[in-house]
Design a protein around this ligand. Structure first.
Ligand code: K7E
Ligand code: CUA
Length: 675
């Protein structure tokens, strides 16, 4: 392995040397010199032109970067709990993690899909898949917060997800691992008989973005890998690559690559809609969870669903087809015109490009090469538009620049290759460092790509950055693709394992970004809308603290009368109505996390005091010059003690209006020192 890698690096340097000999070093100096740095340079105080949203892979989260600078703007927690702001730990967000398996605090997120209107990104929502416990999440791009998570029933490994249609009608997904449906205890070697696949259509409410499982299509037991939906002329169709049409269940690396061709599923979802209307579905009992953030209360609510609607291709003619795709395909990408569909065989020397018109013609003329489980297989030759000959090794994913060019990543030969979609001619190739997975061009999967930059997301970083022990950050590489030749202009480390990303012009998001939550609209049942309403209430061994935060104090700040064994709920309302003034809350002995509460918002932390004593709590966000003073004490007495509940900020302030007024004026002055 090591020698192999060294040879490989040596090979790369050789290519570099040759390149610099061949053209007097102009290419290399362009790559390494000042002009590249200038192109990616965004001066202090200036904004980036694009937001790039990267999936986190095994981190389960999403990160937002600015392009071209590569600056990390935010990590958005989605499928994994996030003690940094209390997501998944606060009482309000816990329900986001509910599934039919109980609370699942982690997932593996691969594919980002931005919402679209008429085949273009509209900047409203962002969807991402959870691979391991099959789920799809929605992030609201006004707040950059996860507001909805929908579990998908009876599938395993929701890798092939959540691919969006051109008006965000549906999010299409397929099962990565076929399993017995419904689940049952059967020997694994009955795979061919008992294991099935499902392709799922989740509808998206056009006004609120709410997701609903509309229907599932029962499919042969293959591995469904990736998908894209048609656009323009091919709108109404979905294309999904599959592997393991051999239907093997062991040593897939060999056994699932026996056949020369696998199959791409082609689905007419408009037809499926029609069958749904005609009632041609069967209902099956199942269990899956739908978790939604209630916009009024800002509390996540869970609902268990118990029925799913299934369409069977055998009962629904003209809805599902297959097309042969060369050996072990991965990506499946549709060009901006909707005419060309690229199916990459990872183990094939060439890349096949299919024509939508030809597919339609083949269907019309019934130009089929047999069938699989009653699903017609369209003749490969009839559907094929052309072949990209020997483009590289291990093609994975393709995006488009809107000028008739396609860009494909090659995992094995570590490069991005630019080719002409119509003529299939190879136009340029540039090395990446190293093995790229997906690549992204802003809008590169839409009808209107913004073909200025390309980011390759590389799996293997090795020697690109200072070493950080055995685990290295994955790297992203930014190319300028505005000219004939791609030009590498920036390397930047990423978080988790970004599989895919989508990038969108900043002006589609920036004007709608929420600066704070309007406190007038705070309908949280435990909100405290003003300091005069702060209080502590006991109900058996449950204690509710109605607490507020404003620069620079928490109210109440001294509380007595807690007892060992109590369940104490700190409901903290941030009273600020100003941008960028979150307050935090942490208390010693809490076994969960902190809270980070946005202006106008209420968040709740459960604290279960374990021993008598006096415990400090404090604001965790350096919010003002007197942030260090923003703290208080909680006194805990032994179980059964009769220390009465007592709380205060400063007793005098509650009794004397003038004193209170003077205090707040003084506090405001102090807080603004240094701000
Ligand atoms: Cu190629 Cu999960 Cu889209 Cu990784 S996937 S690279
Ligand atoms: Cu509030 Cu520090």
């Amino acid at each position: 392995m090591k020698t192999h890698y060294l040879n490989y690096v040596a090979g790369l340097s050789l290519i570099f040397l040759m390149a610099s000999c061949g053209n007097q070093g102009s290419e290399t100096s362009q790559v390494l010199g000042g002009s590249a740095a200038e192109q990616a340079y965004v001066a202090p105080g200036e904004y980036d032109e694009f937001y790039a949203f990267m999936s986190g892979g095994y981190s389960g989260q999403i990160t937002a970067y600015g392009l071209p600078s590569g600056r990390l703007l935010k990590e958005i927690p989605v499928f994994s709990k996030y003690p940094e702001n209390g997501y998944g730990y606060s009482e309000e967000t816990k329900a986001m993690f509910n599934t039919s398996y109980g609370e699942v605090p982690w997932d593996d997120s691969h594919h980002i899909e931005l919402s679209q209107t008429d085949g273009e990104f509209d900047g409203r929502w962002l969807f991402v898949n959870g691979n391991n416990t099959p789920r799809i999440a929605r992030v609201d791009l006004k707040t950059f917060e996860t507001v909805e998570i929908l579990e998908i029933p009876d599938v395993a490994g929701l890798h092939c997800a959540p691919f969006i249609t051109e008006n965000s009608e549906y999010l299409v997904s397929g099962t990565r691992f076929s399993v017995p449906i419904p689940q049952k205890d059967v020997p694994i070697d009955t795979y061919k008989k008992n294991f099935k696949g499902l392709i799922n259509y989740v509808s998206v409410d056009p006004e609120h973005g709410h997701m609903e499982l509309a229907f599932q299509i029962e499919m042969p037991g293959f591995n469904y890998d990736l998908a894209r939906n048609g656009k323009g002329k091919s709108h109404g169709w979905s294309f999904l690559t599959t592997y393991n049409s051999e239907q093997e269940h062991s040593l897939l690396e060999v056994n699932a690559s026996q056949k020369d061709k696998d199959l791409m599923a082609v689905i007419n979802w408009k037809k499926a809609e029609q069958y749904m209307k005609e009632g041609k579905f069967t209902e099956r009992e199942t269990s899956y969870f739908h978790n939604l953030m209630n916009e009024e209360t800002s509390i996540a609510e869970s609902e268990e669903k118990t029925l799913t609607k299934i369409l069977d291709p055998k009962e629904c003619p003209d809805m599902v087809y297959f097309i042969p795709v060369p050996k072990s395909p991965h990506g499946c990408d549709v060009d901006p015109t909707g005419e060309y569909i690229v199916g990459n065989g990872k183990l094939s020397a060439d890349m096949s490009v299919y024509s939508f018109d030809k597919i339609m013609k083949a269907i019309e003329e019934k130009n089929f090469d047999g069938e699989f489980d009653g699903i017609p297989i369209i003749s490969y030759e009839a559907a094929l538009d052309g072949i990209v000959k020997k483009p590289g090794l291990g093609p994975l994913h393709t995006e488009f620049d809107g000028r008739g060019n396609a860009y494909t990543t090659f995992f094995i030969s570590s490069e991005v290759v630019k080719w002409d979609v119509a003529s299939k001619e190879i136009l340029d190739r540039q090395s990446t460092f190293y093995s790229p997975g997906h690549l992204v061009i802003p809008g590169g999967e839409t009808k209107k790509p913004d073909g200025k930059y390309l980011v390759a997301m590389n799996k293997i970083t090795k020697d690109r950055y200072l070493p950080t022990g055995p685990e290295l950050a994955h790297s992203a590489q930014l190319f300028d693709i505005s000219g004939d030749k791609m030009k590498l202009i920036l390397d930047f480390p990423t978080k988790g394992e970004p599989h895919y990303a989508q990038a969108i012009a900043a002006d589609k998001i920036q004007p709608n970004s929420v600066k704070f939550y309007d406190i007038e609209n705070n309908k949280h049942p435990y909100a405290t809308l003003g300091e005069s309403k702060t209080r502590v209430e006991r109900d058996g061994d449950e204690v509710h603290v109605y607490m507020t935060a404003i620069r620079s104090h928490l109210a109440p700040d001294n509380i007595e009368g807690f007892k060992v064994g109590d369940k104490v709920y700190f409901h903290l309302t941030n009273l600020e109505q100003d941008w960028d003034v979150p307050h935090g809350f942490a208390i010693q002995g809490a076994t969960n996390a902190e809270l980070l509460v946005m202006p106008g918002q209420t968040r709740t932390l459960l604290w279960e005091p374990k021993r008598p004593g006096v415990f400090a709590f404090y604001c965790t966000d350096f919010c003002s010059a007197l942030h260090q003073e923003m703290s208080g004490y909680a006194r805990v007495s032994p179980k059964g003690s009769n220390v009465p509940l007592k709380w205060g900020l400063n007793e005098k302030l509650r009794e004397n209006e003038q004193a209170a007024h003077d205090f707040y004026e003084k506090a405001k002055q102090n807080a603004n020192i240094g701000k």
